[in-house]
Write a protein that binds this ligand. Structure first.
Ligand code: GDP
Length: 452
């Protein structure tokens, strides 16, 4: 089950429970069974799922809850906590420091997405002001150097490798030396993979590691292996000092949940996840915000960081100002639709907000969603300027809607559907009301407050 679907199934189960007039044992069991099914489909280990169910039942003792207690909230919180527990390895990873040279070595099987991930990792840090460099010590796979070179050139990141040299240790050492001299603060060494775990692969990894003395070894793994991730992560950890894991292809595979929980069970921190083939389809992995987003509760801290990271400085104040006012006019919706279609920076930001991406633009159904957004935009094109300034849906009466339908050649039912969407988004938007407009540097403190 692709993650968005997993999240959707879990939040639907919680929603259904919330819709019940009385929450009794039967309703709670139905909800938990639904969640169990979704997690098992995502290949989460049976024992973990069973433990989670038992723990929730222990915490949520319906009989003990005094009348008046908000059972829904307690249940929802228990589900949230248990999911966090399942994904939390309980151990932070070593984090390289900007301005101080760190060597980071990447290991993993062939095809896991290692080379792509090296560049994503370098690009991510480069955007944050680091000076990264890439070294291709993969002499096993023909074409590995070309691939790294191509990716690095696209991202304008310095690289080192050789077509002639067959000794990976020599290349790794030379590359690291060169970039140390050039004062790069993040030297990334891509090592070779093999099709399966075998002695030759582990031996080569050990040699490269001994020669380059990396500050951090990152193990890259494809999420499609699901709970088998446990054995794979253990095997790599036993051969080389793996300090962190990156799980790739979380966009397209059914077993992402299983892979993440299995890695957590090996006590290895997952630091990023890969969510697509493109350079910027790469996300910091942090358990609590991740679970929040999975459950459609939104990730406000990620949201604020993303604004800071991707919205051009000169556009930040305007966007934050609009958010802080909390007034969501149809014109703002129109502008956000334009951004989402372009998937430009602000489109990416909005994908962090609950509802904007998961419901409006679910992964895998982008085409249909785009068609829907375009349809809404055509209808809005036939609105007057005055109409677009409306921020109170009650003002959108029937005669106005009829006029929009006629003007855009659409059925009134579709205009009503668009207004429903508007109301839903306006509600999300209003949660940002009163947002204190932060100065640079205050962003993370603010997001911590918002999440508290
Ligand atoms: P390597 O052999 O481990 O170095 O793997 P590559 O970096 O060559 O990646 C193998 C394939 O997986 C390529 O087609 C990549 O574009 C693709 N890939 C890597 N990461 C992701 C990801 O997060 N999502 C998706 N959908 N594809 C990915």
């Amino acid at each position: 089950m692709v993650l968005a679907q997993l999240g959707g199934s879990i939040s639907r189960a919680i929603q259904q429970m919330s819709n019940a007039t009385i929450i009794d044992e039967k309703v709670l069991n139905e909800c938990l069974n639904e969640i169990t099914r979704a997690l098992l489909q995502s290949d989460v280990q049976f024992k973990l799922v069973r433990d989670m169910q038992t723990n929730i039942k222990k915490i949520v003792n319906l009989d003990d809850l005094a009348a008046g207690h908000n059972k829904r909230r307690i249940i929802q919180q228990a589900i949230f906590n248990e999911l966090c527990k399942m994904l939390d390895p309980g151990k932070p990873s070593f984090t390289p420091k900007k301005g101080k040279t760190s060597v980071v070595m990447f290991v993993g099987l062939q095809g896991s997405g290692k080379t792509t991930t090296c560049t994503k990792y370098a690009y991510y840090h480069q955007k944050k002001g680091w000076k990264p460099a890439l070294v291709c010590a993969d002499t096993f796979r023909a074409g590995a150097f070309d691939q790294l070179k191509q990716n690095a050139t696209k991202a304008k990141i310095p690289f080192y490798g050789s077509y002639m040299e067959s000794d990976p240790v020599k290349i790794a050492v030379e590359g690291v030396e060169r970039f140390k001299k050039e004062n790069c603060d993040l030297i990334i060494v891509d090592t070779s993979g093999r099709h399966k775990q075998e002695a030759a692969l582990f031996e080569e990894m050990r040699q490269v590691s001994e020669a380059t003395k990396p500050d951090l070894v990152i193990f890259v793994m494809d999420s499609s292996i699901g709970q088998a991730a446990f054995d794979q992560a253990q095997a790599f950890k036993q051969s080389v000092a793996v300090g962190a894991v990156i799980v790739t292809k979380m966009d397209g595979h059914a077993k992402g949940g299983g892979a993440l929980s299995a890695v957590a069970a090996t006590k290895s921190p997952v630091i990023f996840i890969g969510t697509g083939e493109h350079m910027d389809e790469f996300e910091v992995f942090d358990v609590k915000p991740f679970v929040s987003r999975l459950l459609g509760m939104g990730d406000l801290s990620g949201f604020m960081d993303k604004i800071h990271e991707v919205v051009p400085m000169d556009q930040q104040p305007e966007l934050l100002q609009k958010l802080s006012e909390g007034t969501f006019t149809l014109r703002i919706m129109y502008e956000q639709f334009q951004n989402i279609l372009k998937m430009g920076p602000i489109g990416q930001v909005f994908s962090m907000l609950p509802g904007f991406s998961s419901e409006l633009m679910p992964k895998g159904r982008e085409k249909e969603s785009q068609a829907k957004i375009k349809r809404y935009m055509t209808m809005m094109d036939s609105m007057t300027n005055e109409g677009k300034q409306i921020s109170n849906p009650k003002l959108m009466n029937e005669s106005r809607m009829m006029r929009i339908a006629r003007g855009s050649g659409r059925h009134i039912r579709e205009v009503m559907e668009m207004m429903e969407e508007y109301k839903r988004l306006a509600k999300l938007w209003s949660k940002m009301k009163g947002l204190k407009i932060p100065k640079k540097g205050e962003m993370s403190a603010l997001s911590r407050n918002m999440n508290a």
